[in-house]
Design a protein around this ligand. Structure first.
Ligand code: F6R
Length: 587
């Protein structure tokens, strides 16, 4: 994970980098560091803290070139020594890195045998040392960076600078890196919001690209240094969309945006949707692959495809997909769903699918992401930047896109779109202040609980799983989701007096679900009912009007709000839960 940024231009680099890192801190916030270069020397600052809560003394820095990093620890503990940038032994080369160097131990041993001494436990530190090693052999800086990167096994997005000249080098393999092109100034960062306030012109780097930034951006292939041409795109996101505005947290802002983002997700090019529906209809075997919340969206969609299009779709965790490879052939369609488009497990699954000749469609939010570039076709969710680490608006956008596809498969794209319009209005009401206040009442009741269980049947089952994930990841209350009929097969042993059980109910499964609710109520559970109809056995009721196949979109909204309210009441940071990061680029 981690966020990296490089700046080459005319401004005070430390200020640009510091603000950029704040925007990237959703990618990791264990520690941060930045380094600027001026007159053959570096100014460096590092700290073990979330950069969002920091002030720094900019007068300590000089120069218009620099790099910065915000860390999600993988190799080595959370310490100042392990914070990036890492330097070469002469402290004239500085490097920031996002990714994992799989052969770092072998490289470290080799470098140690040549007299190199390391100051950190990180894998990254081998990079500036290797660069120095090659520069000692009379190789220029750019070639030394390139030779060092060619030795790396694993993934990287790297920005390197040299105190002794004005060149910045940026390169990637398997981790995201995008170049921003301003007016005589250039940026290289893990994600666009890092420099969005300065430019909307972006160049997406591909795997094994190396960009040399020196009064312009020159891109080459890392292996043979042949020039490669990369388009400059203009992006539509505005700065406003990547700011909190009047909201106290991004999580709340992104929850509130959902009626708008569902609308945007539903506005797909009809011809493209029709084409994709034909591939789905003609495929021999279809797999949804995803992780976490995106997996839950896929599971919901599999029920919707079954009900609307009478079609069977296999749903597989991306990290498990390789074990299904014997079922793949060149007529299989793999639909990879990921908000970031950078999740390593998803990218691995796509690789497996392509090795077997299968066709890959991706549903992605981040334009230019690795997944988008590696799949044969992409549908864009259009949700705009999601900054909170938790998926909220991208989850409902994924649901919207997949549900639209289910309708398109039976030639009813328009019907899908009109039902989505209804869902969108419901979501608008569900995110209103009065609903939020009602849910705050529930949060007050649940805030000191140790366990929460969520249950549902049919379409409500994946929602129960997603609800449990939302609650646990941001409140740290243990939460578990179940198919309502499964509780009695063992887990009911955990129910005791006062245990909260949240039941998602639809008129189509009300009788059966309510009877499962009775079973836990009889053992003392505190019941929260979510659905269109109140029932006397509920201790707390949240009304969500029936929306048929769009229930997964509407019924999750109160839980997103509940998770947010609980996090605030329990003094947890809703935007940056502990141990998590937005893009999971490790396996
Ligand atoms: C939960 C959450 C994660 C992601 C998962 C997949 O709120 O955000 O579970 O859904 O890491 O991420 P993407 O969709 O980027 O592949």
């Amino acid at each position: 994970m981690c966020g990296i940024i490089g700046y080459w231009g005319k401004r005070d680099a430390s200020k640009v980098l510091f603000e950029g890192l704040k925007k990237l801190s959703y990618r990791g916030y264990d520690s941060w560091g930045l380094c600027t270069s001026s007159e053959n020397r570096f100014s460096i600052s590092k700290a073990v803290e979330n950069i969002e809560h920091t002030d720094i003394d900019f007068s300590r820095f000089a120069g218009n070139i620099g790099i910065g990093h915000t860390r999600w620890a993988t190799h080595g503990g959370v310490s100042e020594a392990n914070a990036h940038p890492h330097l070469c032994p002469l402290e004239k080369i500085a490097v920031v890195h996002n990714g994992v160097i799989e052969n770092f131990q072998a490289l470290r041993t080799e470098l140690k045998s040549k007299g190199h001494k390391f100051k950190s436990e990180t894998d990254t530190e081998v990079i500036p040392h290797l660069i120095r090693e090659y520069m000692n052999q009379d190789t220029g800086f750019v070639d030394a960076v390139r030779t060092a990167l060619l030795r790396i096994e694993g993934s990287f997005a790297v920005v390197a600078i040299n105190a002794e000249d004005d060149i910045m080098v940026a390169s990637r393999r398997g981790s995201p890196l995008v170049v921003g092109i301003g007016d005589n100034e250039y940026f290289a960062a893990s994600d666009i919001p890092a420099f969005l306030e300065h430019t909307k012109s972006v160049m997406y780097l591909y795997d094994n690209d190396v960009a040399i930034i020196n009064d312009g951006v020159y891109v080459y292939n890392l292996s043979d240094m042949q020039p490669v041409r990369r388009e400059v795109d203009s992006i539509e996101w505005d700065v406003e969309k990547s700011m909190k505005g009047e909201f106290s947290h991004f999580m709340l802002k992104e929850i509130a945006e959902q009626s708008e983002t569902i609308k945007r997700a539903s506005e797909q090019d009809p011809e493209k949707i029709k084409r994709i529906a034909t591939w789905i209809n003609n495929a021999k075997g279809i797999f949804f692959v995803a992780c976490g919340s995106s997996y839950h969206a896929c599971l919901s969609a599999s029920y919707i495809f079954s009900a609307v299009a009478k079609m069977h779709i296999n749903v597989v965790y991306a990290s498990e997909f390789r074990y299904y490879k014997n079922f793949l052939c060149n007529e299989t369609l793999v639909i990879a769903v990921s908000q970031s488009g950078e999740t390593a497990d998803v990218l691995d699954a796509v690789k497996t699918a392509k090795e077997k000749g299968s066709k890959v469609l991706s549903i992605v939010n981040n334009m230019g992401s690795s997944l988008m570039r590696t799949s044969h076709h992409t549908l864009h969710m259009n949700a705009g930047p999601e900054i909170c680490v938790l998926s909220t608006k991208t989850y409902t956008s994924q649901l919207a896109v997949m549900t639209l596809l289910a309708y398109a498969c039976i030639g009813n794209h328009n019907e899908g779109k009109s039902v989505l319009d209804v869902a969108q209005n419901q979501v608008y009401n569900l995110t209103s202040r009065s609903t939020r206040d009602h849910i705050k009442g529930l949060a007050d009741i649940l805030k000191d609980k140790d366990n929460i269980f969520t249950i549902g049947r049919g379409l409500q089952y994946p929602t129960a799983l997603e609800a449990a994930l939302k609650i646990k990841e941001v409140t740290y209350i243990h939460a578990e989701g179940f198919a309502a009929g499964e509780l009695k097969h063992g887990s009911i042993a955990l129910i005791e007096k006062g245990t909260p059980v949240i039941a998602f109910v639809s008129p189509v499964n009300e009788k059966e679900t309510v009877s499962n609710v009775m079973e836990v109520k009889a053992r003392g559970a505190y019941i929260i009912g979510i659905g269109p109809n109140n029932n006397e056995i509920y201790d707390y009721f949240i009304k969500v009007p029936e929306t048929s196949y769009f229930d997964p979109i509407t019924q999750i909204i109160p839980i997103q709000i509940l998770a947010y309210k609980l996090a605030v009441l329990r003094n947890c940071n809703p935007d940056k839960p502990r141990n998590l990061a937005k893009s999971v680029t490790v396996r």
